[in-house]
Design a protein around this ligand. Structure first.
Ligand SMILES: [Mn+2]
Length: 318
């Protein structure tokens, strides 16, 4: 049985949606999880050699499993935009990796399919907070600004749905969401007809209102750090909240910390929109990862917080 492995956010979902609208595969097994769960290839057991498509999850985080699956004789198609580390050279490893900060996985798929399902790529670019990229892509379509706004909201809601400590925190599991999406050729129909979207809109508004009341623990012209408590809502809203702040304050880096326990915090880092680099560099120093514009750390120990804050100041304020 072929496997489709995808990140549970808007970009992962819309990348797979485009590929499977283009070429439907029967009986595909889906492997996914909340957005933060990136070591997805380890979930594929030893099975007969098959086709494995991997979308929007970092190669760096899956490298040993990529090597294992290649040794087992599988054929991998890997499409992604995260900082990859060294790329394996193997005849069964086909990759489309581009870590250009203005690109997301769904945009790479859009290029592969020559714009065949571009509306889904636009949705994903909005979901990954790549507004300029999304707007540029819309120029190659006949979408009205009214419809572009719908795609924007859809991308943001799908992205929001991907965040949580565990899949139970999410309003809908990414797998469930993909199965629903598959019934729609057009994201505008999906937006207008799927009851999941109404539920996400309500959940988003509630969670966002709570986050807006949270204190910031550091602020200067170049950097702002927020602190959210440990709760299902804060883990759901952290990504959307940091994207929104990054957009509204283009000269300031945005860092949102969410308590996981007394000992560790989850961290979301957005480089300033005006100069969107450095987020992945900092997060890599603390065992996190991501892209130059947007990155995160799953477990920042309390003892490392001072060092982390210093690294942020050094990178964004000097
Ligand atoms: Mn992505």
């Amino acid at each position: 049985m072929p496997y489709d492995v995808f990140n549970g956010d808007a970009d992962g979902l819309c990348a797979l949606q485009q590929l499977r609208l283009h070429k439907r595969l029967e009986g595909t097994l889906l492997v996914t999880g909340p957005k933060r769960e990136t070591s997805l290839l380890r979930k594929i057991p030893s099975v007969e050699p098959t086709e494995i498509t991997v979308l929007d999850v970092s190669l760096r985080a899956n490298r040993s499993d990529v090597e294992r699956l290649l040794r087992d004789g599988h054929r991998l198609t890997y499409v992604d935009h995260h900082n990859p580390g060294p790329i394996p050279e193997h005849k069964n490893f086909i990759c489309y990796i581009d870590s250009d900060p203005a690109i997301c996985t769904s945009v790479i798929v859009d290029q592969m399919l020559e714009g065949k399902y571009r509306d889904w790529a636009i949705t994903a670019a909005f979901g990954d907070n790549l507004f300029n990229t999304a707007k540029k892509l819309t120029q190659k379509t006949n979408l009205s600004s009214y419809h572009v706004e719908k795609l924007q909201e859809l991308g943001e809601l799908l992205n929001y749905n991907g965040y949580g400590r565990k899949v139970e925190d999410l309003w809908f599991s990414p797998e469930e969401m993909f199965r629903t999406m598959q019934g729609y050729q057009s994201p505008l129909d999906f937006y207008g007809e799927a009851p999941e979207i109404v539920a996400l809109r309500e959940g988003y508004a509630e969670d966002l209102q709570r986050a807006e009341e949270a204190p910031s623990i550091f602020e200067n012209l170049n950097l702002r750090i927020y602190q959210l408590p440990d709760a299902a809502w804060s883990h759901r809203i952290v990504g959307a909240f940091s994207n929104l702040k990054a957009r509204n304050h283009p000269e300031q880096a945005q860092v949102v910390m969410v308590e996981k326990s007394e000992k560790t915090q989850l961290v979301s880092v957005r480089a300033p929109k005006k100069h969107p680099v450095g987020a992945d560099e900092i997060c890599l120093q603390f065992e996190g990862g991501g892209r130059p514009a947007a990155a995160g750390i799953n477990d920042l120990p309390a003892a490392k917080f001072e060092d982390f804050q210093q690294a942020l100041v050094k990178r964004f304020c000097i």
